[in-house]
Design a protein around this ligand. Structure first.
Ligand SMILES: N[C@@H](CCC(=O)N[C@@H](CS)C(=O)NCC(=O)O)C(=O)O
Length: 224
């Protein structure tokens, strides 16, 4: 049964999962999620959990990108997002990506693009605002890890660690005009690795409505 992901295109946590779909060559369904609370469509399925992404398989709901990654790995083990027994390391790195690195990247994005976001969204996310030196410091760790010209963070194969690193860079590049030539200047190995991760793609995506997702939940047994 195809996975249904509730997310939105600009979401770095969602991009991580889209890359997992890509690595595992999966077909999946996409539902546009609401951005800010109240989120009646999303919370109707989750029972009140507020953040995105959320994954649905039949009538089963998986909240949090870490749980989603583990569930996809369990259902579709090959190719693994944890090559060479790297699950512990990859899961530990989610804390780095999802907190400090994410706050530096999305905080700067929101601060710079403030005119493009609705005032309610700005008020909701204002705790994220940060300067860009943090972002360069986090990116320098990626460059350091790749400095022996390995193809990916952990060696020759892509892993969830690459996706943790990639999505925060991807957010900044998409929204912060001086990210290419100032914030990430000189990080050539990182640029090459980004191209490899991007080429993994998102698998086969089909857009569906919230109503279609709800119908899939109603008509499927648990553990489908
Ligand atoms: N631990 C969660 C975090 C996801 C997260 O923070 N999503 C943000 C994306 S902007 C969100 O939905 N925030 C909405 C809110 O806090 O209401 C995960 O890994 O999925």
């Amino acid at each position: 049964m195809a996975s249904i992901m509730h997310h939105f295109d600009a979401l770095p946590f969602g991009e991580k999962i889209r890359l997992i779909f890509g690595l595992k060559s999966l077909s999946w369904k996409s539902v546009d999620a609401e951005l800010i609370m109240p989120k009646p469509k999303l919370t109707a399925s989750t029972g009140g959990y507020r953040t995105t992404p959320v994954m649905q398989i039949g009538s089963d709901i998986y909240c949090d990108s870490r749980l989603i990654a583990e569930e996809l790995e369990a259902r579709y083990p090959s190719p693994s997002i944890f090559p060479g027994g790297s699950k512990g390391l990859c899961m530990a790195l989610s804390t780095w990506s999802d907190t400090d690195f994410h706050i530096a990247s999305s905080g700067l994005t929101i601060a710079i693009k403030k005119d493009q976001f609705p005032p309610e969204f700005m008020a909701d996310r204002k705790a994220y605002f940060k300067g860009f030196m943090d972002l360069r410091a986090h990116a320098s760790l990626i460059e350091e890890q790749l400095s022996d010209s390995r193809r990916f963070w952990l060696g020759g194969e892509p892993s969830l660690a690459d996706f943790h690193a990639y999505v925060e860079i991807w957010t900044a590049r998409a929204y912060v005009p001086f990210s290419d030539n100032i914030i990430f200047a000189g990080f050539w190995k990182m640029v090459e690795c980004e191209a490899r991760v991007k080429a993994i793609g998102h698998g086969q995506r089909t857009d569906i409505s919230t109503e279609e997702a709800s119908e899939a939940a109603r008509s499927s047994p648990p553990n489908a």
